[in-house]
Design a protein around this ligand. Structure first.
Ligand code: FE
Length: 202
């Protein structure tokens, strides 16, 4: 009966979001998929963030974040800008048009169909990630376009892998290629921070 045990988790549906923060010195943002509304009286949203992301430490420090819902028409460059590098070494807002919501955090003008401003009520330590339970303090729909799902991103936005001459392992999440015959078990993708289990041989 088992087809592919490990593929089961990929059947969970996700959307994609630009999470924006500000550490008091500058705006930053990263791509997250683990966002869900959990209650509606009052409106509360849960967001999980990988501890390796700079945004994680900023949310811990400031207790606030914005979730920008990415629209289906968003280009791959949006993901490259916010997802494939760290806010520790890059100013991700250099070429991004944005306004500010009431909490002072960025709301992207382009490629998003809604935003919500969140205030952290509690944080659950999950070892590699923290799950933030948040109140919604402000929100609005910005367009009627559909939200980009992770499946839509994989099928229509992420460039198809080019034929490789070199042997190695490719990250199924972001396309990063680790060259070499072996992939260490504790390997972490330097680009998207996913573990060795998300790599496949090329
Ligand atoms: Fe990756």
């Amino acid at each position: 009966m088992t087809k592919n045990e490990n593929a089961a988790l990929f059947k969970i549906g996700y959307g994609l979001y630009v999470l924006t923060t500000n550490d008091g010195e500058r705006d930053n943002g990263c791509i997250v998929n683990s966002v869900m509304q959990i209650t509606n009286t009052p409106n509360k949203v849960a967001v999980a963030i990988n501890k390796q992301n700079h945004s994680h430490d900023t949310v811990i420090k400031t207790n606030k974040l914005n979730i920008n819902c990415i629209a289906e028409s968003a280009p791959f460059s949006l993901f490259q800008n916010f997802g494939f590098r760290s806010g520790r070494d890059a100013d991700k807002f250099e070429d991004i048009a944005f306004e500010r919501s009431n909490n002072g955090l960025a709301v992207l003008k382009d490629n998003v169909n809604a935003y919500m401003s969140l205030w952290v009520e509690s944080a659950v330590d999950l070892d590699t990630h923290t799950l933030f339970i948040c109140f919604v303090t402000q929100m609005d729909e910005l367009s009627e376009e559909r939200t980009m799902t992770y499946t839509y991103y994989q099928d229509n936005v992420k460039p198809k892998p080019q034929p490789q001459k070199k042997k190695g392992y490719v990250c199924k999440i972001c396309g990063y290629v680790h060259e070499g015959d072996e992939l260490p078990e504790d390997f972490i993708c330097p680009v998207c921070k996913h573990p060795a289990s998300d790599f496949e041989p090329v």
